[in-house]
Write a protein that binds this ligand. Structure first.
Ligand code: HEC
Length: 112
């Protein structure tokens, strides 16, 4: 096992964490909004439920410039999504239109 194979991803993870924390995500507010909207019924931070783990969502969007906007779109426009059992339904629409709160929860998801 080469040291660099371990060190590079670790260094990248540290960088990612420090750059997102610089954006000052209000994690408590985001988690509370997430819970209040029953998002946790289908998502958890690191385990797939009916929907993907938030860590997986964050990984999918890693390095994408439009990540925040895409997440906000996904949780405000009710797109058709595929559940893990193969059925389809409209994604839940979050109960706020407050842009600051939406950006905060999107950044929080991306920081998982
Ligand atoms: C009934 C189950 C269910 C609930 C409730 C739910 N989701 Fe989802 N969510 C899904 C599924 C399934 C997907 C996967 C979509 C796909 O990959 O096609 C998804 C995808 C997502 C994504 C990724 C979108 C993308 O573009 O990759 C985000 C972010 C998300 N959900 C956030 C939320 C938030 C925030 C809430 C609460 C307001 C929520 N979800 C409530 C099932 C749910």
């Amino acid at each position: 096992m080469k040291f660099a194979q371990i060190l590079v991803p670790v260094a990248m993870a540290v960088l990612a964490v420090s750059s997102t924390s610089a954006m000052a995500v209000d994690a408590d507010a985001a988690a509370a909004l997430f819970k209040k909207n029953d998002c946790s019924k289908c998502h958890s931070v690191d385990k797939a439920k009916k929907g993907p783990a938030l860590k997986k969502v964050a990984a999918n969007y890693k390095g994408k410039a439009d990540a925040q906007a895409s997440i906000i779109k996904a949780i405000t426009t009710g797109p058709k999504v595929k559940l893990d059992d193969g059925s389809q339904e409209d994604h839940k629409v979050i109960d706020t239109k407050d842009q600051a709160a939406l950006k905060n929860i999107a950044d929080w998801i991306l920081a998982q």
